[in-house]
Ligand binder design. Structure first.
Ligand SMILES: [Zn+2]
Length: 171
């Protein structure tokens, strides 16, 4: 399996790397460079030592193992974010791309045109419905006629009867 076919990993990176990148970019320049070098080194070690945990994920593992997988993923995502900061041309992994170039078309590829429009879908649904009605021997569907009767008026609010109390005067 190619890395790009690992949907869980790719979609997780798609979210995580920009977040770590934002973390780096909001730091002061000196701190940013130091953190990027640290994250790059840690990411390289983690992937070198435990990269197989991300490659062969098995669900029957213990909590400790799960944490190890999560930590390895975090190191990978941080390492990639660090590479983006350290290499302004950017990083491309498994069909994903991140860089610091403004207006980069690879970072924000244009959305593909949908293969079908809503009108196409509705036409197909109507054809299916007509086909079903023919098969089931039902008459063709006709839209319900709106009720000609005027709407029922709201009931009048009831007025409570007035009760007058005659209290004896107190001397
Ligand atoms: Zn880019």
């Amino acid at each position: 399996m190619r890395l790009a076919d690992d949907t869980t990993l790719v979609e997780s990176l798609r979210i995580a790397v920009p977040l770590y990148l934002a973390d780096l970019l909001t730091r002061p320049a000196a701190d940013r460079a130091a953190a990027a070098h640290r994250w790059r080194a840690a990411g390289a070690s983690a992937i070198g030592e435990r990269g197989d945990l991300l490659q062969f994920v098995d669900l029957g593992r213990t909590e400790a193992k799960r944490l190890k997988v999560a930590n390895t993923f975090e190191q990978l995502a941080r390492g990639l974010a660090a590479l983006v900061v350290l290499h302004p041309d950017g990083v491309s992994v498994a069909g994903l791309h991140w860089c610091l170039q403004p207006d980069c078309q690879r970072c924000q590829p244009p959305r593909p045109e949908p293969a079908m429009t809503l009108a196409d879908i509705n036409a197909q649904l109507e054809a299916l419905d007509a086909d079903y009605r023919r098969t089931a021997g039902l008459p063709p569907w006709t839209p319900p006629t709106p009720d000609a009767a005027p709407p029922t008026p709201l009931p009048q609010t009831r007025r409570h009867p007035t009760i007058t109390l005659h209290l004896p005067e107190v001397a």
